[in-house]
Design a protein around this ligand. Sequence first.
Ligand SMILES: [Zn+2]
Length: 586
Amino acid sequence: MAQSTDTTDWVSRYADEVIAESERRAAGAKSDAAAPVIVVASGLSPSGPIHLGNLREVMTPHLVADEIRRRGHQVRHLISWDDYDRYRKVPAGVPGVDETWAEHIGKPLTSVPAPAGSAHPNWAEHFKSAMVASLRELGVEFDGISQTEQYTSGTYREQVLHAMRHRADIDAILDQYRTKKDPAKGKKQQKPVDEAELEAAEGSGAASEDDGSGGSAGYFPYKPYCGQCEKDLTTVTSYDDESTELAYVCTACGFGETVLLSEFNRGKLVWKVDWPMRWAYEGVVFEPSGVDHSSPGSSFVVGGQIVRQIFDGVQPIGPMYAFVGISGMAKMSSSRGGVPTPADALKIMEAPLLRWLYARRKPNQSFKIAFDQEIQRLYDEWDKLEAKVADGSALPADAAAHSRAVRTAAGELPSTPRPLPYRTLASVADITAGAEDQTLRILGDLDPSAPLASLDEVRPRLDRAENWITTQVPAEARTIVRAEPDAELLSSLDDEGRESLRLLLDGLDSHWSLDGLTHLVYGVPKVRAGFSADATAKELPPEIKVAQRSFFALLYRLLVTRETGPRLPTLLLAVGAERVRKLLGA
Ligand SMILES: [Zn+2]
């Protein structure tokens, strides 16, 4: 069965739906054109560092678009950069930004200066560029659209004039929802929890911003940015449909002017009208949004009515995606304003692994991205899946998720030629503190039958594991190999302890590999208890486990002055035979 046509996973099922909907629309339009380009969309607001959780806004349509592309259709994945939105607040902790940025609140994001030292011309470009780099690394093919460019070049002129002509109809639609409490007043992107709380505390001010406000002159779905201070704290005081003459005053600086909307390009439709306008303008067939938008009065629900009744368009298929959490990201690594970004995740995991997290869960399932110890288990799970895919024993849905993780319609993503276990690489990086010659020696010893010629064979996974150790593992959890033997502990050992160490040291040279040392460290307590080193659990009394635990604890104390540490065989290889002998008192 061809991977691209099975319907075993959520991506395939949405692809089926999107293709069918696209064909239905084309038939309705009675177009003679060849097969239409299928349009899917995402929207991102570069109002600050773009949160890793918001990657779902892009990955959901990306995976569906990629499946559609694999089936031979033409797809356009639009990413709308909502960079003409107002600057709402100064995010905390962004390097190069201080409280003076507050004076720009109310301006378009592209009119706010970039953080000090940035290579980019403005605020929006600065944060957009980091996201673009991550999307490239993730293999996401997209067509980026700057809403600043669209609005300021007059691209939406007809749509703006049309919305203004139909302002009473829009007002009537919005009014159906206004009496209800609107919990999903914000944009469709999910916000980090603290920001969501902050906005909730702001109260209804933000809500009216999203659907336009009605002053004494009536309701207007369009807001100009002030011609003097550039802020959106303007009130439209009159509008004439015939001449398109629009007058506004600015409540921030007192400036006022009368313009012709048929020529004026410094303003935008309010969000709840802007979004459905773009669905119609671009012919969007699929666009997901955050799960908090399923409520009555949410911009997706209201937008569905506005796109049909005002813009004569069709609402896209729009699944609600669940929250993506982050577990255990160390504070010290949150270099971009305390917000974990996709770039932070890509520093500690390879792109296919991050893609897999999104591919294997349906959009309505929430999950966490691990920055803590859990990442090691996650990599183990991934390696097991790779092995199953290689031998053909993976279940179809699992194989599909794997395929979506490692390749796109354009080809394979970069991978690690010899994917040694992440936890082993992390342990080695922990012990060697990144020293390359030492790392190569240790990794070469893991499997002497197939020695490693160069560290390139284990890259980029090795680099990710090193980054994880240095940026996410707290100093007190790092492994520090003793420089000198613990003479006091060694001299206090009883016969049992001394004999166990002697057995271990005697076997060291003949067992110098990952498998060999595993056999040795587990075998020593067995031999001491009068059994063969090869005896299996069934042949052994349960007390052996106790003896093994206390033997391991002794080794950890002698080698790293703690009761635990990286797996012992890895630790022994990393420390090196000579130093092991010295520290164990040979
Ligand atoms: Zn002004």
